[in-house]
Each structure stands twice: as C-alpha cells, then as structure tokens.
Design a protein around this ligand. Sequence first.
Ligand code: WT7
Length: 648
Amino acid sequence: MSGKLYPVPAGEWRERAWLDAKAYDALYKRSISDPQGFWGEIGRRLDWIKPYTRVKNTSFVPGDVSIKWYEDGTLNVAANCIDRHLATRGDQVAIIWEGDDPTQEEQITYRQLHERVCKFANVLKAHGVKKGDRVTIYLPMIPEAAYAMLACARIGAIHSVVFGGFSPEALAGRIEDAQSKFIITADEGVRGGKFIPLKKNTDDALAKAGKGDETVLVVRRTGRPVPWTAGRDLWAHEETARVSADCPLAEINAEDALFILYTSGSTGKPKGVLHTSGGYLTYAALTHQYVFDYHDGDIYWCTADVGWVTGHSYIVYGPLANGATTLMFEGVPNYPTMSRFWNVVDKWKVNIFYTAPTAIRALMGAGDDFVKSSDRSSLRLLGSVGEPINPEAWEWYHNVVGEGRSPIVDTWWQTETGGILISPLPGATALKPGSATLPFFGVQPELVDDKGTVQSGAATGNLVILDSWPGQARTIYGDHERFVQTYFATYPGTYFTGDGCRRDEDGYYWITGRVDDVINVSGHRLGTAEVESALVSHPKVAEAAVVGYPHNLKGQGIYCYVTLNAGEAWSPEMVKELTAHVRKEIGPIASPDLIQFAPGLPKTRSGKIMRRILRKIAEDEYSNLGDISTLADPAVVQDLIDNRQNRR
Ligand code: WT7
C-alpha cells in the first residue's frame, strides 16, 4: 500500500517554486554530509549583532545530552522579525487580523508592529520584567498576543503562552512551574460568538498558584466588566499610552531562551519545552519559506492558535522573520457558517492555507456546498498538521477545496522539534495522500524496533531522529534529566519522537500515531495520565484508566474506564459530573468522549494496568485480546467487554 501518486504540478507552478526535486536532493545530501557548512550558510539569513563562528555543537549521548547551535553569536529575535524589514517594507501589512465577528478586522503594517511591540516591551520593563524572567501569556487570538511575544523577545524575557482554552487549574500549574510573576491576559476572549472569561480564569489561577507578588496586564477585548484587583491588575491600553515607542534592543545570545511551551507527555504533568533563539528562528524561517514555498507578496494563513507551537513557529516567528503578511484568525471554522474559512480566504485573497485534519474532516462532513459557494481562486498551496490525515480527507481537501490545483504539504513535527521535520516541498516532492513524505534539510529519520534495532528499507518501527537540527528543543524547563529520559534514553544516541511510522519502498514516511501513552485529540496532545489524574481527583473516584480510540472527527477520542469508591453508585449523572470535572481540571479539549464504569481494571499480578486490553475493548476489537491468563482477576475483562461503550 504505497498509495496514489500526485506529481508536482507542471508549468507556472513548478517554475515559481523555490526548489525542484534535483535541488532538494542536492541540498539534502549536503545538509547531512556537511552540517557545519550547510547551517553555517543558512544561519546568515538572519541579522546577527555579533556573528557566530561556531555552528553546530550537539550531543545525543544520554550522559551528555547537549544541544547548541550558533552558540557564540548574538542577535535579537524581534529585530529579525520586525526592525530589519522597516527600510524595505515598513508600510507592508505584517499581520492581518480577522475577528470572530466577520465585520471586525485590522491590518497592522511592519511600522505599526514595531511601534506597538516597542511600547509593549517598555510596559514590561516599567514593571520590572528583565532578561530571563518568565512571562505567561494567556490571550485570545488577537494581535496583542503577537505583540506580547515579540515584546518579550525584544527584551530577552522568556514567554510561556498558555492556550486560552485551558482551565484556571491548568493555567495555575503552568504559572507555578515557570515561576512566572508577570501574566498577560484579556478581559475576555471571543470564539464562535461566545465569550471566554480569561481575566476571571487568571484570577482563579492566581488564587491557586499565586504568591501575591504577580502583575497582571489586561488587554481590553470585549470591554465588558471584569473582576479587578487594584495594585495588581493593569490595563494594557493605559500602560502603553504612558510609555515611549522607543525601546532599545537587547543583545541576546543564540542559546538564550526564547520561550517555554507546555506539552503533554506519557507520564506526569505537562512539561515546559524550552526553545532558544538563534537556531529556532533560523529553522522556523527556513522551513516557512521552503515548505510553504513562500514568496514575497504572498498572503499566508495558518489557522492554528498561538497557544500551540504551530502558532509560535508558523503564525508569528517564521512568517515575520521572512517579512511575510501573516493572517491571524480569532474565530472558528463553523461560525457564523461552515463557509467561514473560505470566505476569509476570498476576503483577503489568501495564497497559502495551513490547517489541521480535524477541521478538514468536520468541514468535509458538512458537505461541498459550503466550499463551492466561495471562489478560492487565490489559493496556491494547502497545508496540514497535527495528526495523520486520512487519505479520504486528503482527497477532499485537494479536490474540493483546492480544485486539484494546489499541492498539499502534510507536515509532520512536534512541539519539541520547533519546526517541520518531515514534509513534501511543493516544487520538489510528488505527493501520496496520507504520507508526510520526506525529511527536511538536516533531518535524518530512522525506524527502530522495540529493542532499538534499525529497520532498513521498506519497514515499520518507532520513529527516531539520528542527529540534531537547529530548531530542536534544548531542555525541559527546570528538569534537564526529564528531557534526557524522555527523548534520549529509550534508543540511546537518538532523539525518540514517540511516534510509530512506516517507510515505503520509495522512502516515504507514513506516521501511524503515538506509540506511548499520549493521545492526539483533534490535533491536540494529551497525556492519558493527565486525564486519569483529573478523574481520580474527583472525590468519588477510586481509580481510572484512559485510552484513545479511533474517532471519525477528532482522530482519537478519549475513552475513560472509571472505578468508583466503595458505596458510590454509577448513574448517568455520574458521567456528566465526571465530564464536567475533567473540563474544569484541564479544559474543554480534554472532555471525555466515553466513560465506562469499571468494577475492576485488568491488572497484572504486580498491579500494572494492562492498557493493551483496554485499548482493544475501546476500539471494539476485543475478539483477540491475547493472553489474559496472567491477569490478577481475568473475570473483569468480560464485564468490561459486556459493557463497552463503543459498539460499532
Ligand atoms: C504529535 C506532536 C507540530 C504541531 C502540532 C502538534 C502528531 C503532528 C503530524 C502529521 C501525523 C502528526 C504526532 C506528533 N503529528 N503532525 N503531519 N502527521 N502525525 O504538535 O502537540 O507537539 O504533537 O502530533 O503524533 O508526535 P504536538
């Protein structure tokens, strides 16, 4: 099964593309055989204050994991995204903002962006934020989110953006872990016509995590009344009116931290993935140019939220480093109608459109008329990210949305990789629906079996990466040992991605999904352990086990097995109560899809939960459960099968 092959479109399209197949091959080979030379040249696409003389200094050896790129160079990330464009494109639009309400919009030029970021930075400084301090950003999709990130970059503060859909509890954990004393939020967010109480959530989070010495900067988005703590809370519009628009750049080392971004792992609490400055920006800019075949003048739209790494690398840093016009959308695909994406494409004449399979599947389900009522003739390239895209959705995206004209780049990467690692290059790579195709420059994927033995040729296995690339995360904030254990200890000497993968006879990579206890719900990563700990924090719950199962729209759904405390009775209300509880603990993205009462869980005699069995039952594939005789109490399995919630 190697799938249908879509060649690179001929004619004008191919001529315009940066790279053809030959150029890709040559550059790829060079990037592997001479990483110092290759990345030494590529790094010069940025403006350096003090140019680097050292390029790559990296080790994946478990006792000595250390990743440094351009380590003796200094630069300023914000200057690379803004200041250096002022002379040539000061009046070009940097950010197009499209509001949730289709009548609300704003266009921000590079010159305006410069002024607003400088003012924001001066506000941070005026309130004592210094280089290396962590600033938590809990904002909706409004331009101030980009101003806040870039303001941190300008002064060398480390931002930690927390997705606006996370609950106060989740926000509190992230504020605490980052030891962040400065929080930037909004009065409310607006999505799909509904208000999200961000300021109130921030207050609740600080009531839980705060030490009483925090400052909260509040952006006015809706203007509706919000709770206020005098002496702690500040209005952004009042503060920015008070400061100058002149803010000198901080000189930042290439290896100084740019941001922390929390992501779920297979165990424990979400981890603060840390990215640094020089290598990250080089990699984000380079991939943005080549993967999206970005050219000057293109209108580029990535529909992600800035709360995820996709928003960091491909709404803010990559596009702005390239002097692009990047569209920032506050709303959702189905508001006011299921045509919203395509109406926005037409309104702004979007050329490059990057979204997630879960959105594509939902829009596909609504029917072609919502697409066909729009023009979409501006579209030249389509992108996909977040989870494997099923060939059916790929074909629909290609044929109905793209009318067969636009290549699709299925981009595989992770929060930890900082940028795209496996993806077609649209002028170079023939496409296969469902395959992320081939590695980007400098990326050496390999497949290993569970013992770590390399699988050559066409094979399946666990996806590892053999050597470092400049955009790679450097550590987990405050816990380097966890970084080493999570990514470098499983298959020593390599970076372990946590994904399973197949390589076909053409060398194309097909990501099959996570092989660890991480599930991917609508392109969002969740640790099953996180959902379990939310469930057991409910006073009536004794024990819980959570697994993923195939879900038509979300990719994976969340299936929970719950054992109640003795004396507690199961009821439909209980299901509602537990669902609400998980939403409160983590956020709506973690809402369980199915909850099953489990009088007991299948465990080994040493007490380990047999997740393999639970996954099979959740998938409604329980006929071949394998050997269950080693279970402490094999009888629980039949009860779980009899009462399974996912009968297909
Ligand atoms: C996990 C990373 C990177 C931005 C969004 C998610 C899955 C991501 C693809 C793709 C198949 C994909 C992987 C990966 N994933 N893109 N194109 N094809 N799977 O970032 O939250 O760090 O999640 O998302 O399982 O490990 P993330």
